[in-house]
Design a protein around this ligand. Structure first.
Ligand SMILES: Cc1ncc(C[n+]2csc(CCOP(=O)(O)OP(=O)(O)O)c2C)c(N)n1
Ligand SMILES: [Mg+2]
Length: 397
């Protein structure tokens, strides 16, 4: 029943005719609609046109990424890393996001996207500083144009829109690519970011990694939308649906979206369909909410194996290439292990740095107090060391 058919509503001719004729859809929704099925390249005829150089570059990064995930997870078991949200199974999205951007662009990652940050050039140890439990971010966001890894869901999205819009106002040729999970699309920040981005035609690309779960909540309990990519239409931007395990497909879709944004065409929402092979983090037991058989179906659609098939068909998967790729990844893992196993040298005074551009008087006061306490403690240690003859120790029970 429409409002016009409600009992008592007037049924004269003009009200039955609907809204005044001036009303019309402001944007034709048809071109904004996402692909009917996840866009693929690997295993299709279109794979033939792919550049071999790109394929080998993607492959090397995927192998390195998987090794990085395995090493970081191992570090949590050794107590060297507080927490690690693994992106095993999602490496194609992580790597393609990094490779689709130019140096001048900005990446806005979530806590699961350390790999994208590393693939963009961030030092692997610095990428793990936050997850290690150190204060502050562990890296200078300006160095590689990588915003801090965001743990509060979707907060990185409005940040990305703000940066991109500001860059455009300044005339800078910069695109921001923001990454978010399927669960993050239910956050208010997701809505606000997409709405502003479309209104302002900000040069932003939103990459939703639909990995099936928000911790234990499956997508079916997250949204009633036909797909997450369909959400784009409601905001007035195009949606794209892509196979998130097909590295060249994700790379192509993201590169097109980045180019479109750079050319003034506005934002795009990309949903990459993928799967979180590991538990949510090392603190989660995924067997409590999903069946092993489901995981196995996704293992059969592994991003590295998919790309290997194409490389094999081109006779590029030589022993030499595979060996060199594996050696490079092992070297990275050994270096990561070694440096993460060294105790970090921390200065308590760092607590007061990087909080405000100009410190408040209260913070200055607290910093002076801590400095005095640390100096007194250091002086006490020196005195103890100088005045101890061992008798005090022996007198203790
Ligand atoms: C604002 C906010 N609410 C709740 C949480 C707790 N939380 C951490 S991860 C997570 C699930 C996120 O799932 P998704 O967005 O699909 O990302 P994924 O972990 O699968 O990459 C939740 C609810 C949070 N970090 N921030
Ligand atoms: Mg998820």
């Amino acid at each position: 029943m429409t409002v016009l058919e409600q009992p008592g509503s007037s049924r004269n001719k003009s009200s039955l005719a609907g809204p005044p004729p001036a009303w019309r859809p402001r944007v034709d929704p048809a071109p904004l609609l996402p692909d009917a099925a996840p866009y693929r390249l690997l295993g299709t005829d279109a794979a033939g046109r792919l550049d071999s150089g790109l394929l080998t570059r993607l492959y090397a990064q995927l192998v390195r990424g998987r090794r990085y995930n395995a090493q970081a997870t191992a570090l949590t078991r050794q107590g060297r890393l507080a927490v690690y949200p693994s992106s095993t199974g999602q490496e194609a999205c992580e790597v393609a996001a990094a490779l689709a951007l130019e140096e001048r662009d900005w990446l806005f990652p979530s806590y699961r996207d350390t790999l994208a940050a590393v693939a963009r050039g961030l030092d692997p140890v610095q990428a793990l500083t936050l997850l290690r439990g150190d204060w502050h971010n562990g890296y200078d966001p300006h160095e590689h144009r990588i915003a801090p890894l965001c743990t509060p869901l979707a907060t990185q999205l409005p940040h990305a829109v703000g940066l991109a819009h500001a860059a455009r106002l300044k005339g800078d040729d910069v695109v921001a690519l923001a990454m978010v999970g399927d669960g993050g699309t239910s956050e208010g920040d997701f809505h606000e970011a997409l709405n502003f981005a479309a209104l302002w035609q900000a040069p932003v690309v939103f990459l939703v990694q639909n990995n099936g779960f928000a911790i234990s909540v499956p997508l079916a309990k997250q949204t009633a939308a036909p797909s997450l990519a369909h959400k784009a239409v409601g905001y007035g931007m195009p949606g794209r649906l892509v196979d998130g395990n097909d590295a060249p497909a994700v790379h192509e879709v993201l590169t097109e979206a980045v180019e479109r944004a750079r050319g003034g065409g506005g934002p795009t929402l990309v949903e990459a369909v993928t799967y979180r092979i590991e538990a949510h983090t090392n603190a989660d037991d995924a067997t409590r909410y999903r069946a092993d058989a489901e995981v196995e179906t996704w293992r059969a659609h592994d991003p590295i194996a998919l790309l290997e098939r194409e490389l094999e068909a081109r006779r590029l998967l030589t022993e030499e290439f595979v060996g060199a790729t594996r050696d490079g990844a092992e070297q990275m893992a050994a270096d990561l292990r070694e440096r993460m196993n060294a105790d970090p040298v921390l200065d308590p005074m760092d607590l007061f740095n990087h909080v405000f551009a100009e410190q408040t008087s209260q913070l200055r006061e607290q910093a002076e107090q801590l400095r005095a306490e640390l100096d007194a403690e250091a002086a006490g240690h020196t005195e103890d060391a100088a005045g101890t003859d061992g008798s005090a120790e022996e007198a203790r029970p």
